[in-house]
Design a protein around this ligand. Sequence first.
Ligand code: NAD
Length: 327
Amino acid sequence: MNKVLVLGSAGYIGGSVCSRLLEGGNKVTGIDSLVNSKIDNTLYLEKKYPNNFRFIKADLVREIEKIILETKNEKFDVIIHFAALKSVEESQSNPELYWKNNVISTLNVLDLMSKKGIRKIIYSSSATVYGERVKSPILETQKFDSISCYGSTKIANELLLNDYANSGKIDALSLRYFNPGGVLENKIFKDYIDGPNIFPKLIKSSIASQSFKIFGTDYPTRDGTPERDYIHIKDLVSGHISGMNFISQFKGYESVNLGTGRSTSIHELIKAFENGNNIKLDVRHAQRRSGDIAVCYANVDKAKNILGWTAKCDVNDICRDLIDFYK
Ligand SMILES: NC(=O)c1ccc[n+]([C@@H]2O[C@H](COP(=O)([O-])OP(=O)(O)OC[C@H]3O[C@@H](n4cnc5c(N)ncnc54)[C@H](O)[C@@H]3O)[C@@H](O)[C@H]2O)c1
């Protein structure tokens, strides 16, 4: 049994990891400001796991002392840090909010680790750290390249963790997610429907009869639409469990891609979604968006070699589970 401090525990990925950790008999303390999530699923976890789950509502930017005080009798083996704002568009128009919320919070988390004597941290990074001048399959050795303020905050946090790990103070693992989607078997935590990701947009256009926009159909790809690496939340969650096993024995800093190693075009994704749902979406074509690249998928050799982890699901599984959930 591990004692885990989960930051951003009420969100889509953090909540999914919490529920899997609790199913596995671990003890979890969750922290979330609820800036981008609701309390309902957290209350459900508290009720289901009264002895193993505890939630503290707190903002990592403003209320780190509150967290230190409220956990003064608790010891943690590892922190998993999901807490962040994640809209690329919003980050471009409000960089101050993103630098404060995503980076000052991480500095505060490092302070908390030092005060509470916690050495191990797993950080939610993203394929966005590779920017737009990349060749897929993308290796972890690819240089950082910022294409948005959101991306800059992910790079900054990785550099921060790397520097602290180099000084010998902590051991850190950054997991660079590609494009997550789907829901767990228990269907508790889902990506918010008005969020920036593609799966909520597909769902929204199917249930609210809104058109679905493809941004750019003239890319040098299989069918002209961008290709991405869609990873099922079940696989993403199991990647964190493998990450926890890895970090418990590891000293220093590592970064690892979590993707499937395969690409799916937007047209292929829409087809999988339509076939699974037996519907036809109202698809519209729009201009390319700046910052979107043609092809982005992971090289997953490192995840296999050092975490012993590979993704098992594909886009059909993601679409099927999502559709089941919304039906
Ligand atoms: N979903 C994706 O497509 C994706 C892809 C790559 C990386 N990531 C990263 O994974 C992490 C989790 O993403 P998600 O999809 O679950 O997002 P989410 O918005 O569902 O969850 C993030 C949670 O963090 C909380 N939070 C934000 N700022 C906080 C703060 N200052 N203090 C306390 N809580 C705070 C929010 O209320 C929310 O519950 C994020 O760091 C995100 O950048 C997500």
